[in-house]
Design a protein around this ligand. Structure first.
Ligand code: FAD
Length: 410
């Protein structure tokens, strides 16, 4: 049976960051650490950003923190200030990897290769002489007499004074994140908030919509029907429903909603649009509705729209009744699309919900319930929007957990 001071369970970005933080602070003789990983290190990391890894974001930390869906708004503050976006980039820059900034402050490695990020992390683990145990599936963890007993499938148990649990969420389970960490946390007396797929596409059984697969509605505003939270950007129509970065972002707030509302003309208020259309009616009275709609909608989308508003495409503007004009304006500003749920965790990028943050000390990431137990990464409750925020959370909370432990041992 191996005996360690610190056992880190889960070798994703959070677990690797914890190990590197400890390794950088303590000399090898001061620490005995083991990083236990079920499959291989950083399997999910390799898929991030479409294989290019959007690792961080250039926004101010205050703004980054607003990108998380979490009731306890201050929970991530300390970790994000302790290990900032610049600190994160610097550990790679020190090894010669440069970054470029893209839309909305997203950082990617300049060579566009997530593997270069993983290689550097593995290099650190090697250089800092961290003991890594791959293909080691942790089945349970118990604590007795101030020591954790880590039970590993088909292998010898490990004993450790401290444990960092960084087993990820439930999304993309083929990468190793199958949600077992939640069960382990539960047996260690922690509560888990409602878990659901995040950054995931919407399903819609609307057959007419599905026929438009591949069409992009550019720069529209989307919200759940009757709700205030709005996102603005492109919406991609697929064979099964709706996707695109802003739809993924909105999905973090999905709560069994039955429909979304799309504002197809977000730059004009309803009054401005009304005024414009009334002006156009007197100037372009002979224009057919289907041709007039080309000012507002993509050609392929006009048939769908006419079908929704149930007005003949050959109607002239001058022949539109008052209620038909209203219907057109209402639907340009609030087009309702019925939803049939979201896609499963298999295609979700992240997990929303997790180990409850009010049971964890945000200054150290240590459990308030079981001393010596720490949490890091996606296993935790907060879930972030697209833009590099989720990896930043994994690295920042992982680094803070490692640093807190190292400083307590020193
Ligand atoms: C397709 C895709 C693209 C993404 N793109 C981005 C992006 O560009 N930018 C961004 O910020 N975020 C992105 N994300 C999200 C990001 O990958 C995660 O937020 C991040 O990987 C979480 O890190 P983690 O270390 O907490 O968990 P994980 O990366 O999930 O790592 C957890 C590790 O724990 C191991 N493990 C689980 N259970 C056990 C067990 N019982 N015993 C031992 N080991 C165990 C797993 O095998 C895994 O290696 C993306 C996610 C996906 C799926």
């Amino acid at each position: 049976m191996g005996k360690y001071k610190v056992a880190i369970v889960g070798g994703g970005p959070a677990g690797m960051a914890s190990a590197i933080a400890i390794g950088k602070i303590l000399k090898p003789h001061e620490r005995e650490i083991v990083l236990i990983e079920k499959t291989d290190l950083g399997e999910k990391l390799l898929l991030t950003g479409g294989g290019r890894s959007n690792i961080a974001n250039s926004r101010d930390i205050k703004e980054q923190l607003l990108k998380f869906n979490i009731s306890n708004k201050n929970f991530l503050k300390h970790s994000f200030y302790t290990f900032t976006n610049n600190d994160l980039l610097n550990i790679f820059k020190e090894k010669g990897l440069e970054f470029k900034q893209e839309q909305d402050g997203r950082y990617f490695p300049i060579n566009g290769d997530a593997n270069s990020i993983l290689k550097i992390l593995k290099g650190y683990l090697n250089e800092l002489k961290i003991n890594v145990q791959l293909n080691s599936h942790v089945k349970s963890i118990t604590k007795e007499n101030n020591e954790f007993n880590i039970n590993i499938k088909d292998k010898n148990n490990i004993k450790s004074l401290k444990v960092i649990l960084s087993t990820g969420g439930i999304s993309y389970p083929k990468t190793g994140s199958t949600g077992e960490g939640y069960e382990i946390a539960k047996t260690l007396k922690h509560n888990i908030s409602l878990i659901k797929p995040g950054l995931v596409s919407f399903k819609s059984n609307d057959k007419n919509l599905q026929k438009l697969s591949g069409l992009r509605l550019r720069d529209v505003e989307v919200s759940f029907l009757g709700e205030k939270n709005r996102v603005r950007g492109d919406v991609l129509i697929s064979h099964f429903g709706l996707s695109g970065p802003e739809i993924l972002n909105l999905s973090n707030y999905y709560n069994e909603n039955k429909a979304i509302s799309i504002d197809l003309i977000p730059d004009l208020t309803e009054e401005e649009l009304n005024k414009k259309i009334i002006g156009d009616l007197s100037l372009k009275g002979k224009t057919l509705l289907k041709n007039y709609l080309k000012y507002y909608l993509r050609k392929r989308f006009i048939d769908y729209f006419l079908n929704v508003i149930e007005i003949s495409e050959d109607k002239k503007l001058s022949n539109l009744s008052k209620s038909e004009k209203r219907k057109i304006i209402n639907n340009l500003k609030n087009l309702t699309i019925n939803l049939n749920g979201v896609f499963s965790r298999k295609s979700a990028m992240i997990t929303c919900g997790g180990v409850k943050t009010d049971e964890i000390n945000p200054k150290t990431m240590e459990s308030n319930i079981i001393p010596g137990l720490f949490f890091a990464g996606e296993l935790l409750e907060p879930c972030g929007l697209t833009g590099g925020y989720n990896l930043q959370m994994a690295f920042s909370t992982g680094f803070l957990a490692g640093k807190s432990i190292a400083e307590s041992i020193k």
